[in-house]
Design a protein around this ligand. Structure first.
Ligand SMILES: NC(=O)c1ccc[n+]([C@@H]2O[C@H](COP(=O)([O-])OP(=O)(O)OC[C@H]3O[C@@H](n4cnc5c(N)ncnc54)[C@H](OP(=O)(O)O)[C@@H]3O)[C@@H](O)[C@H]2O)c1
Length: 322
């Protein structure tokens, strides 16, 4: 864990961001403007190098330059690079004269690496405290993890998760999944088998799951419907009370029992809402719940900040307003 640096007059820690002009990078920049202890000192972007950063007066994107990074050596490095590109950035940072005390990777590159801590703070904050290498969970994986963790030890069989994401989940590089004109009026299922977040949740939860994603023509947000079988009969009240108890001390997680959470209402907010908690009266071991998050916030940037706060021992909501 980095100790507060004396590099900046006003804030205790310096942070450099790689992949700064992407969808996640921009959200993280916006959040950091409100953070009292962390100063964004470098924002790397190949394509936007030299251009001013919106909302950050006097600061421009910089061309990636490892030598310059070796000089500036921020305390914290946040990576918002595509999957497959973060590992090489980490290798370069690790080989520098002063590797960052804390690296947080928003890609999938270190989520299966046992030497990194998987950062889903509501389920493992004590492991994140003091960690130097944190893998930020995937967006769908966050919604699945939050819904399945409280009932993990009561599951029988394989839960099935059906996630619908806004097109910002596909990042800003043009693709079928963020082509608004092609998406309009429909829903596009993809990767119905073998999605990496299926493997991520199965691995971190320690219970196999199935997951089918789709993308819909709204910009931000995820609606995750989770169907599961429990090892004993229950009812909706009892099931909802498991969720309420699990998240009693978590200001970012709202449990609304049987009411259905609306994805439109979570957009722009850093937490999650879990609702539509149901049990089939005809088969009282069969349950369901729905979780909504903003994929760019709880699914990425605000969760990264939660993890950084936890690693540094800062207040858990610093820079994040529920
Ligand atoms: N979008 C989401 O909802 C979401 C949620 C959770 C996690 N994530 C993960 O967070 C990471 C960033 O996602 P994003 O949505 O912000 O992606 P994005 O909008 O596509 O931005 C990617 C960033 O990485 C830089 N980059 C470097 N090498 C690149 C390459 N070969 N191809 C494309 N971009 C490259 C980009 O370009 P410049 O260097 O030119 O700036 C840009 O700054 C990904 O690993 C993604 O899986 C995304």
């Amino acid at each position: 864990m980095p100790t507060p640096s004396s590099d900046t007059a006003t804030k205790s820690y310096t942070l450099g961001l790689v992949g700064a002009r992407g969808s996640v990078g921009r959200e993280l920049i916006a959040l950091l403007q409100r953070h009292s202890a962390i100063e964004l000192t470098s924002a790397w972007s190949e394509s936007n190098a030299g251009q001013p950063i919106e909302g950050v007066p006097g600061m421009s994107f910089e061309a990636p330059d490892l030598d310059a990074w070796r000089e500036s050596a921020p305390d914290i490095v946040a990576l918002a690079l595509p999957n497959g590109r973060a590992a090489e950035a980490v290798a370069a940072l690790e080989s520098s004269r002063r590797p960052p005390a804390l690296i947080i990777d928003c890609s999938a590159d270190h989520r299966f690496d046992a030497s990194w801590v998987y950062g889903l703070p509501e389920t493992n904050r004590s492991r994140i405290r003091g960690a130097g290498r944190i893998a930020n969970p995937g967006c769908y994986a966050t919604a699945m993890g939050l819904t399945l963790s409280p009932i993990r030890d009561r599951l029988l069989g394989v839960p099935h998760c059906f996630g619908v994401s806004g097109y910002s989940g596909a990042g800003s590089t043009p693709s079928e999944r963020n082509n608004v004109a092609r998406l309009t009026g429909g829903v596009l299922p993809y990767s119905s088998v073998g999605h990496i977040h299926e493997r991520e949740v199965s691995c971190t939860l320690g219970v196999p799951i199935r997951f089918a994603p789709s993308v819909a023509p709204f910009e931000r947000g995820i609606v995750m419907t989770v169907l599961f079988e429990l090892d004993a009969p229950t009812d909706e009240q009892a099931l909802a009370s498991i969720y309420r108890e699990a998240y009693r001390d978590e200001q970012l997680i709202d449990v609304i029992d049987g009411a259905t959470p609306r994805v439109q209402e979570i957009v722009g907010r850093p937490g999650a809402v879990i609702g539509a908690i149901q049990v089939d009266p005809a088969h009282p071991t069969r349950g369901a719940a729905v979780c909504v998050i903003d994929n760019l916030l709880k699914g990425a940037a605000s969760q990264a900040l939660q993890n950084i706060n936890a690693a540094l021992g800062l207040h858990k909501l610093e820079g994040i307003s529920p």
